[in-house]
Design a protein around this ligand. Structure first.
Ligand SMILES: [Zn+2]
Length: 57
């Protein structure tokens, strides 16, 4: 893993904790739907689920 990728991952984890505190953790930031648990198990700090991720590029 490269340094930039690690920093990016740490930022995502930070943001995930902030969403936990706000009570918005696990909610897609793209469409506001709940992110499937299976996805959160793979990527606990996911901001959105696969369909939105694909749309965002
Ligand atoms: Zn979405």
């Amino acid at each position: 893993m490269q340094r930039g990728a690690i920093e990016q991952a740490l930022k995502e984890i930070d943001a995930a904790f902030a969403r936990l505190e706000q009570g918005t953790y696990g909610i897609c930031q793209g469409c506001g739907r709940s992110i499937p648990v299976e996805r959160l198990e793979i990527l606990p700090y996911a901001r959105c689920w696969v369909p939105c991720q694909l749309r965002a590029g």
